[in-house]
Design a protein around this ligand. Structure first.
Ligand code: FES
Length: 222
């Protein structure tokens, strides 16, 4: 009997709930009701730490992508002008056979072989060469010495007119072929082209190590 009375009292204290509205409860207790659950798919819950982590890695990714793009941009040669690119060095009309022109901007000696020079160097008369002015030994600039005379060990002839390095005496022929000195090879050559109007362009980014066949690398005007 006592248990029945307790149960009746407990039931009488249970709040009466009305959805989304006020609450009344027996015994004078106030209860706040939760709003009704939203209808539709539940949105994912993202913690504050998660948001910060996403922001951090997004920033790191953007920074690394920027660094990578900058490096690639600096390594990719586009529109190179001056030394390292193609340089218009003059016209064939200013370079008769046997003549040499030093083109400072291109760091090159432009030479055109005459018949005698072609014979000594295994080239063709009238062919044009672009010789890199930098000595293959230790990099000094090599001048042409029209007054310097010496024997040519390739044929025993003696004549004047040699490229003579002032630093250690390496000596090169009209076609830049090494005949004497500590240089490990002949003067390097640069690629060149001659258009229909006789304009000569040297590609200072296309350098071939010098060799005894330098004379054969000459380009004949069209
Ligand atoms: S730098 Fe030319 S011979 Fe040494």
């Amino acid at each position: 009997m006592a248990d029945e009375q307790d149960e009746a009292q407990t039931e009488s204290k249970t709040p009466v709930v009305r959805s989304g509205g006020a609450v009344s409860a027996a015994g004078g207790h106030a209860v706040v009701l939760a709003p009704p659950a939203p209808v539709g798919p539940a949105l994912p819950q993202v913690s504050r730490r998660g948001v910060m982590r996403i922001a951090f890695w997004s920033g790191m990714g953007a920074m690394l992508a920027g660094i990578g793009a900058t490096i690639l941009n600096s390594l990719w040669p586009r529109g190179v002008t001056g030394f390292g690119g193609k340089i218009l060095v003059g016209n064939i009309s200013a370079l008769e056979p046997g003549k040499k022109l030093q083109i400072v901007e291109a760091k090159t000696w432009l030479v055109r072989l005459d018949a005698e020079q072609a014979r000594r160097n295994g080239g063709q008369e009238g062919a044009i060469l672009a010789l890199y002015q930098k000595c293959p030994h230790l990099g000094c600039t090599v001048p042409f010495r029209a007054d310097f005379s010496r024997d040519d060990p390739r044929n025993g002839e003696k004549y004047a007119g040699w490229f003579l390095c002032p630093c250690h005496g390496s000596t090169y022929s009209d076609a830049g072929v090494r005949v004497f000195g500590p240089a490990p090879r002949s003067m390097d050559t640069m690629a060149l082209s001659i258009d229909d109007n006789g304009n000569i362009t040297v590609d200072t980014g296309d350098i071939t190590p010098g060799g005894v066949n330098n004379g054969e690398r000459g380009v004949l005007p069209g």
